[in-house]
Write a protein that binds this ligand. Structure first.
Ligand code: CP3
Length: 376
């Protein structure tokens, strides 16, 4: 870890700002009692919002991600519109890689494309270091956002080493991750070296966000579900765990998420985050059981359910809430990101329903958020 990063929790306390003392999101992350189930949506800032599409008109994705005013405005849009309980920084998982100097483009409709994929020992040895100042535009945006958000916490995020490695090794999005796995299985020393570089980049990027004022950090290992549990434990979990250990002294809750991870949930939980996200393929009560005690869960409405008629959607929302009650803490979310063609009004209605259910649906003697008794 670079020297300038903090080594103790002194910079960020458990609740960094007085306005956040009553945040249901932060309480649920820490498995404390909540006044209502908190809700936010992965990819809540993005193409589902007309105000986002208007602002992005003629602006390249990576340019938007480098411009603090744009980051700030786009991050705030879903908070204003939906009344969600957390904001997530508008950025992309490849932003720190680009900031470090790699030639990566975000191609509309495709995703990140790497000009020169990283596959050899020489490629890995030549990887540039990411200095905190290289992502100063993110620190500026976070600082501005913290001022604007008031009592709504900001989630910072980064891609996990495996998911980032997949883009770097494949050269772009991949369904089967064959070159990445070939490197992991066949060249373990190179794989270790690549992941060690990614651990450092990711740690730096997350630390910059938390030091600038982000109140929680989510590590996206979106594609980890492509691995068997044995391979995940042997070659991936240690690197994600290294990131979580490195950011632990910052004192903010850590969230870990990937899709197709039903078989990996226990192992992902053991990587060290306080909160584990579950995709929609598994009921949340079963997800919580697999993750085990001592963690909160986040999820897991099927993003496609937002396209169903309201009564059908409402039933599914209530079902997610019911399944989430068996967890020690539950943050309502989708099982993956908001689909670009989602009607944003449906998202607003889901927020209203989630917030209303808690107040109306719970009897006074029912213990909120699983089994944690209220603080005395
Ligand atoms: O709504 C939008 O998608 C518009 C902006 C946008 C983002 N990333 C924002 C983002 C665009 C066009 C991208 C490019 C990109 N990067 C894609 C989408 C390709 C496409 O056009 O459909 C993808 C898959 C990536 C890689 C990526 N970025 C991954 C795997 C993740 C982790 C989350 C996930 O989806 O699994 C990201 C994070 C990301 N990209 C966030 C945002 C705002 C942050 C997380 C969030 O808001 O939940």
């Amino acid at each position: 870890m670079p020297e300038e990063l903090p080594v103790s929790g002194e910079l960020v306390s458990e609740v960094p700002r007085p306005q956040l003392r009553d945040s249901p999101f932060l309480a649920a992350c820490r498995r404390k009692p909540v006044s209502r189930t908190p809700v936010w949506f992965m990819r809540q800032a993005g193409r589902s919002l007309p105000e986002y599409r208007a602002l992005r008109e003629g602006v390249q994705m990576l340019d938007a991600c480098r411009t603090p005013d744009m980051i700030t405005e786009i991050t705030l849009q879903p908070v204003r519109r939906h009344g969600v309980d957390a904001a997530i920084l508008f950025s992309d998982i490849v932003v720190p890689l680009v900031a470090a100097g790699l030639d990566i483009d975000i191609v509309p409709g495709v995703g990140p494309v790497v000009a020169r994929p990283i596959r050899s020992a020489a490629d890995i040895a030549a990887l540039p270091r990411l200095e905190p100042d290289d992502v100063g535009f993110v620190a500026d945006a976070v600082a501005a956002l913290v001022g604007e958000l008031g009592d709504v916490p900001l989630i910072g995020f980064a891609g996990a080493p495996f998911t980032l490695a997949s883009y770097l090794v494949e050269g772009g999005p991949s369904k089967s991750h064959e070159r990445t796995k070939a490197l992991m299985y066949g060249e373990p020393a190179l794989w270790e070296a690549l992941c060690e570089w990614l651990v450092e980049v990711t740690t730096t990027f997350l630390t910059v966000q938390a030091q600038a004022g982000a109140s929680a950090l989510q590590l996206f290992d979106s594609w980890a579900g492509a691995l068997s549990e044995a391979d995940y434990r042997a070659s991936v979990q240690p690197h994600s765990a290294a990131v979580f250990r490195a950011v632990e002294p910052l004192g903010v809750p850590r969230i870990h998420f990937g899709i197709h991870t039903g078989e990996l949930l226990a192992a992902m939980g053991e990587a060290g985050a306080e909160v584990v996200g579950v995709d929609w393929r598994l009921r949340l009560d079963e997800g919580a059981r697999r993750i085990g005690p001592g963690r909160a869960v986040q999820g897991n409405l099927d993003p496609a359910a937002l396209f169903a008629p309201w009564p059908v959607l409402a039933t599914r929302v209530r079902d997610v809430l019911a399944a989430g009650r068996s967890a020690e803490g539950h943050i309502f979310n989708l099982g993956h990101g908001v689909l670009p063609t989602t009607d944003p009004d449906m998202l607003t209605r889901v927020v209203e329903l989630v917030h209303g259910e808690q107040v109306i649906g719970r009897s006074p003697d029912e213990v909120p958020q699983g089994l944690i008794p209220p603080a005395r």
